[in-house]
Design a protein around this ligand. Sequence first.
Ligand code: G6P
Length: 367
Amino acid sequence: VSIDKAGHKHFMAKEIAEQPAVVGEAIAHYLPAGDDTVRLPGEGIDFSGVSRLVLVACGTAYYACLTAKYWFEQIARLPVEVDVASEFRYREPPVPAGTVALFVSQSGETADTLAALRYCRGKAEKILSVVNVPESSIARESDLALPIHAGVEVGVASTKAFTCQLTVLLILALKAAADRGQINAETLADHIAAIRGLPQLMNVALDDGETVRRAAQWLADTRDVLFLGRGMMYPLALEGALKLKEISYIHAEAYASGELKHGPIALIDPTMPVVVLAPMDPLFDKTVSNMQEVMARKGKVLLISDEAGLETARDGVWVTVKMPDVAPLLSPILYALPAQLLAYHTAVAKGTDVDQPRNLAKSVTVE
Ligand code: G6P
């Protein structure tokens, strides 16, 4: 395969821009047109007898798993445990009957994730993986490997693999919900229609990169950034902070908004930018009240929300980034884009090596 930057300054920029197309690819594979059911490769999996799901991964793939926990628990009513592979593998966790273990890995070669998979061999009912490389070790050693169809990802900071992982995990959660009788055919069809609309919304979200670019010029001069989100926006806050620290070397951390008062509020001052990820969803008011606590302490807020959200809560906010309206279940996938762009433009403004950040490797095949 010949891979070039296709006119972009960096692979990361190209991979961010490719997301509507590759997410569309993933959707076409799992939700083929003309049918309102989920199609899995091979023998697939039936979740009706599954009592517990364990999700294990590293890095960005781990944050995809944390997001998926919300989906599997809320829609499929399936209890989910999520862990980083390096902790899971040494904890000797019990894997009771009825457990399905699912490993998420872009490369399919991460040493800790592979070791965690091998630990589950013979214990879990079934071993699934969500991978970008179908020939990888993790794919080969799984009972069922679900490819994400993101295409080759070159940038060390994962972008399109993350949104494709999320897309496949959401579709799998819908399959689980249908298998377990938690949603009927009509609701499933509604969710599927919403997912099919996602690439178009992603195009709209990418169009408005200019506001993010301008905000990034300012972020480039700061030392610390805090990301806040609630519900499914919490794992995305973690991923946004990870992206920023990986490529811009700015210290960034993320908190569940409700935890603000239990520590990070002590850090807030006029030099501390706080990125708030808050679509207008049932948790919106709660996140906004946390955001107001930040502003009351003169923290600078960058609010990423939709039209309704910005209309309600823009007073006193430093920068607003407007997102298209999206079904609440899909918001982590769509809101990943401004989070990635923010990290990208900040790193460009700082002049760091965006595609090859210091001390990091694309794939960590040794422990
Ligand atoms: C490295 C990469 C990350 C990636 C993580 C897990 O740290 O730099 O981008 O998220 O490994 O990799 P995997 O291939 O298992 O998804």
